[in-house]
Write a protein that binds this ligand. Structure first.
Ligand code: PMP
Length: 418
């Protein structure tokens, strides 16, 4: 029989046995017992609308994904040293969603592991060490990924910028971001710094749901490639149709990276991540040292991944993200007309940000108030950005117009309380 501990007991056990810096949302944490589609159900019987979890991409506990995992787990789950169909089938189906020449996949088990591998590949392929990353970014919890995550090394408990990491300034729409990027690249080359790679999310999540201005990645990619560096796009949060107009958010910028990093939504919660690269990068990475990840590409993970791709297709979730996103963005922009605290509403599809600032002052305290009041009203949200003043919206793609109405109406009510 499944035992359910009460929240207090769970907290006591966590305090006894789990590292103290494992974070919890909310001062009064929520105790969840089950989930379905875009709803989470708490132990006290309350239902919460999930506007923020981009892992259960096609909806929490989607029956098709659950069934695919159950069936494969009952038949075979082993490593990639044996031939099995799922790996080859998933690799083929996954690469079919990416533009040429991105055709080679390495399966791992998380976004951090995938970014770690992408960095190692870029360093091996170029014989260089330095990495150019976006300021404010987060790419993972491993040593090499923390080292390129300004969000961490410049944040609480961080030990500062490592010497082989270089940062690109976050684009500020009020300045000239392309000029700023060019100047930064020029500065690096004057210092004789030739990075192995430039890495960025296609839309910056920890940076505050920031959409790069048109031409941004093209400018940076050209400059990096002209000095023999590679371009890595982290699609861990933004991929698999979430951006609406495109299946991969980098496509919104008309660029094709050398390496793409995947994670979170890939298995709808089943732990799976991947690096997809060009044949040229894969060949340069094949130095004779074998690549092996015990759990990476196991048949159950591949079955989960295949089921996710199938559901996105069958339920038209990319288009749904586009339409729901447009509708929600319109609602939020109407709200912006009435509420001075909303400085900007931005994003693509169901990857949106609402920036709270007034007279150029970031409003983090108000953001925290909104998050807590939304929770009291049964809606889960969170804030992000270097100033913690951006409400981020990235729900499961089952989220529709009705839920968009609920979100904007409740936000409207709460903003009036400020
Ligand atoms: N890249 C990005 C953009 C992320 O948001 C995250 C996780 N928040 C990671 C990488 C790391 O993924 P994981 O937690 O699966 O290791």
């Amino acid at each position: 029989k499944r035992v359910q501990w009460d929240g207090k007991t769970i907290q006591q056990k966590r305090q006894a046995h789990i590292g103290p810096n494992l974070s919890l949302s909310y001062q009064q944490p929520l105790h969840m017992v089950r989930a379905f589609r875009h709803y989470l159900y708490a132990a006290d019987g309350r239902r919460y609308l999930d506007t923020v979890n981009n892992v259960p991409h096609v909806g929490h506990q989607h029956p098709k994904v659950v069934e695919a995992v159950q069936q494969q787990a009952a038949v075979l789950n082993t490593n990639t040293r044996y031939l099995h169909t799922e790996l080859a089938r998933y690799a083929e189906e996954l690469t079919a969603t990416l533009p040429e020449p991105l055709s080679v996949v390495y399966f791992v088990t998380s976004g951090s592991e995938a970014n770690e591998l992408a960095l190692r590949m870029a360093r091996t392929a170029t014989g260089r060490n330095d990495i150019l990353a976006m300021d404010g970014a987060y790419h993972g919890h491993t040593s090499a990924t923390i080292d390129i995550s300004a969000y961490k090394f410049n944040g609480k408990g961080g030990s500062g910028q490592p010497p082989r990491t270089h940062l690109m300034p976050l684009f500020d729409q009020s300045e000239q971001p392309l000029e700023q990027a060019k100047a930064r690249l020029e500065e690096l080359s004057q210092h004789n710094i030739h990075p192995a790679a430039f890495i960025s999310e296609s839309i910056l999540s920890c940076g505050g749901q920031l959409v790069p201005p048109p031409g941004y990645f093209q400018t940076v990619f050209e400059a990096i490639r002209s000095i023999g560096g590679l371009c890595i796009m982290d699609e861990v949060q933004t991929g698999f149709g979430r951006a609406g107009e495109a299946f991969w958010a980098f496509e919104l910028q008309g660029v094709v990276p050398d390496i793409v990093v995947l994670g979170k939504p890939m298995g709808n919660g089943f732990p799976i991540g991947a690096v997809v690269c060009t044949k040229a990068v894969a060949e340069a990475f094949d130095t004779g040292m074998e690549f092996f990840s015990t759990f990476g590409g196991n048949p159950v993970a591949c079955a989960a991944g295949r089921a996710v791709l199938q559901v996105i297709q069958e339920e038209g979730l990319q288009d749904k993200a586009r339409l729901t996103g447009q509708y929600l963005m319109e609602q939020l922009r109407q709200l912006q007309q009435r509420q001075d605290i909303i400085a900007e509403v931005r994003g693509h599809g169901l990857f949106l940000g609402v920036e709270l600032s007034q007279n150029g002052q970031p409003k983090a305290r108000e953001g925290a108030y909104i998050i807590n009041r939304m929770r009291a009203m049964g809606v889960l949200m969170s804030t992000d950005g270097p100033q913690h003043n951006v409400l981020k919206i990235k729900p499961p793609l089952s989220f529709g117009m009705k839920e968009a109405d609920q979100l904007s109406e409740q936000l409207d009510t709460i903003l009036k309380e400020l």
